[in-house]
Write a protein that binds this ligand. Structure first.
Ligand SMILES: Cc1ncc(COP(=O)(O)O)c(C=O)c1O
Length: 369
């Protein structure tokens, strides 16, 4: 399904002259059109314009970049933080910054493309473990036990909504002296008591050998990537990262919007239980109807199909009836076709009921596989 947005996204969108209920994208906390965040962006344009038009280490660093980095490091309870142009760049930036600490990378076979693309070209060995298969990871680590290992995985998998089993992976990292990197693009703001992501969800937020790569483009509703870590790692990035040093700094309205968004996420922890409740209602409904999906608390609820055609037809049927849920075409290693429902904290009970009613009607006509 290709749609051409011509409105802001919230729990509804406007396409041409019709309004649709919207269960797509990654606007989990409903912040992408939050009035205070929009106001911060507008004010920032008036004061600073659209672009500082320079890289951070030349003349592109402003007081608001530093304010955002301070806000993020406080939120994450880390010594320092660095922001840059996109979440996609974060894995590359971090893997390069850690380069002298590992020789061999272990990653999930369904890792996000930004993980695969972020692996430095001169990495000696890369091993793919079967999706979320901790035993397979251990076998590979054991076979390579004399190597300096770095394990990297998505925190929440973008398409399937599964949470990587860090509670089992982290003990392996300890056992084999490995660094563990978690791409928490979908988990920051969503998982953990304070929204600090997958490590916090598993009570591992203080583990010294875990690093996260994060984005402001999903739960925060804004844009731009970030890494929060020790002063030493952040300084390494600032001083040596080619991607950081040679790209234009984040634009002022984005920086100011992100700063307000991080504050809101910190001040409103109640958004997360409210989000889980809605996600749970949909997930339970989908399971009750007999569709194939995954369990868990995340706001990504996939419906799996073995046929692309059937997945597309379901997505098309929902659209004809006023609901946008895309059939996903995305460059991740997957053997299934996915109709990906994503939940926002702003979805109403009526919207959720309408979605489940349509899924039921579809199931009665076409079955579930
Ligand atoms: C797991 C994962 N990592 C990284 C990214 C890239 O983040 P961004 O879209 O903010 O560049 C995405 C999102 O698209 C993602 O799903």
């Amino acid at each position: 399904m290709t749609i051409r947005l011509n409105s802001e996204i919230s729990n509804y969108i406007q396409l041409s002259d019709k309004r649709y209920s919207y269960f797509s994208g990654n606007n989990y906390l409903g912040l992408s059109n939050h009035p205070e965040i929009k106001k911060a962006a507008k004010k920032s344009i008036d004061r600073y314009g659209l672009n500082f038009a320079a890289a951070r280490q030349t003349t592109g660093t402003s007081e608001i970049h530093l304010e955002l980095e301070k806000e993020i490091s406080d939120f994450k309870n880390k010594e320092d933080a660095v922001v840059f142009a996109s979440g996609y760049m974060a894995n590359s930036i971090l893997l390069h910054a850690l380069k002298d600490r590992y020789t061999t990378i272990f990653t999930d076979e369904a890792a996000h493309p930004s993980i695969i693309d972020g692996i430095p070209r001169n990495t000696k060995q890369i091993h793919f473990f079967k999706h979320c298969d901790v035993q397979h990871l251990e076998d590979l680590l054991h076979q390579n036990k004399n190597k300096q290992a770095l394990i990297i995985t998505d925190g929440i998998f973008a398409l399937t909504g599964e949470i990587s089993p860090l509670n089992e992976i982290h003990p392996l990292a300890d056992k084999y002296g490995a660094i563990l990197v978690v791409d928490d693009a979908h988990a920051t703001g969503v998982l953990g008591e304070n929204g600090k992501g997958t490590p916090e969800y598993f009570h591992l937020q203080d583990a010294a050998n875990i690093y996260q790569t994060e984005t402001m483009s999903k739960a925060f509703g804004v844009y731009g990537g970030f890494i929060s870590a020790s002063k030493e790692i952040v300084s390494r990035i600032r001083e040596n990262s080619r991607a950081y040093l040679a790209s234009t700094s984040l634009p002022p309205p984005i920086v100011s919007a992100a700063c307000t968004s991080v504050k809101i996420v910190r001040q409103q922890p109640q958004l997360r239980p409210a989000l889980y409740k809605k996600a749970n209602e949909i997930r339970e409904g989908v399971i009750k109807l007999g569709f194939h999906t995954n369990e868990g608390p995340t706001p990504i609820i996939p419906i799996f199909f073995s046929s692309r055609d059937k997945a597309r037809k379901l997505s098309g049927y929902l659209k004809e009836n006023g609901i946008i849920v895309p059939c996903i075409n995305y460059p991740v290693n997957m053997d299934k076709f996915i109709v990906r429902i994503t939940v926002s904290v702003n979805h109403t009970r009526d919207q959720i009921e309408d979605l489940l009613v349509l899924l039921k009607q579809w199931r009665s006509k076409h079955g579930v596989t």
